[in-house]
Design a protein around this ligand. Structure first.
Ligand code: API
Length: 285
């Protein structure tokens, strides 16, 4: 099967974007893994499938598949920005503000005049059952009214993580220096930890100041990426709740900068960052 695709990236998190607005795509998890494969396929952290929405007042639906596992997931922040750039560039909409639904959320995205995109990522979720996170038998360290949870990583090292959902699950740990953080070792251990029944994205956050962090994320189903939008939101939300950060934070990921704003409580998280098209192509699956 021949498939036309658009290759895009947002702060180095890269995507294969497929237009399914004219006709549905009948692809399997193996197809998505092949598209994500950097040797046997096109290569991408995630595959985004753009569809028309049947919901009144909602413009599009977009589905997200991890490039490593082929599994469909709930949310993708960098992908949301590339999605809105895609529907504009393809002439699928002329609106600067677009409403799009994913598996479990409704997002509002705005294409800024400077080319960056601001996404309303909805409110963070802390209830463990909705993350999901199994805290049974654990005693957290309380800090500023929020919790840091001990996580045994098997090699005798216990680490502490804050746990947040942005529609998808995140475990965030603070480190002194992201460049030296043990992402390759601890990333997979956290991602597949049995305290996270649907696995988890593992964030490693270095607090530079109250308005600036450095962040590396070992993503569920994709491994370490150059940036993770929902991971940046989760890290900033955790940092604010733990008393380490103010309400507007620049997040420097290895692939670029995202700006995250959150007023606390049940306010929505706003994420602003870049979204670029890299090339168009056709692939034989
Ligand atoms: N790996 C994530 C999905 C992609 C998230 C990331 N690329 C972003 O920009 O938010 C998960 O399994 O929940």
């Amino acid at each position: 099967m021949k498939l036309r695709f658009t290759k895009m990236q947002g702060a180095g998190n890269d995507f294969v974007v497929l237009d399914a607005t004219q006709q549905p795509l009948q692809l399997t998890a193996e197809h998505y893994r092949r598209l994500g494969d950097r040797r046997f396929g096109v290569g991408a952290d995630q595959i985004l499938v753009v569809e028309k929405s049947a919901t009144p007042g909602v413009d599009f639906r977009y589905r997200i598949f991890n490039g490593g596992s082929g599994e469909e997931v709930e949310q993708c922040g960098n992908g949301a920005r590339c999605f809105v750039r895609f529907v504009h560039d393809k002439g699928l909409t002329t609106q600067r503000t677009v409403r799009v639904e994913t598996m479990n959320t409704l997002l509002e995205l705005r294409l800024q005049d400077d080319g960056r995109v601001t996404v309303d990522m909805n409110a963070p979720v802390f209830e463990h059952a909705r993350i999901p996170f199994d805290a049974s038998g654990l005693t957290p360290r309380e800090l500023n009214g929020f919790q840091l949870w001990p996580l045994a990583l098997g090699d005798g090292d216990d680490i502490e993580v804050a746990v947040v959902s942005m529609g998808n699950p995140h475990a965030v740990r603070r480190v002194d220096d992201v460049k030296r953080a043990p992402v390759d070792i601890e990333g997979p251990q956290i991602e597949g930890h049995d305290r996270f029944p649907r696995r988890v994205n593992a964030g490693f956050m270095e607090v530079v100041s109250r308005s600036h962090i450095r962040l590396r994320v070992y993503e569920r189903g994709a491994g370490e990426t150059l940036a993770c939008g929902t991971g940046a939101c989760a890290a900033v939300v955790a940092g604010i709740r733990l008393g380490w950060l103010d309400h507007r934070v620049d997040v420097d990921a290895p692939g670029g900068r995202l700006t995250i704003e959150w007023a606390g409580g049940d306010a929505h998280v706003l994420m602003t960052g870049p979204a670029q098209t890299v090339f168009e192509g056709e692939v034989e699956l």
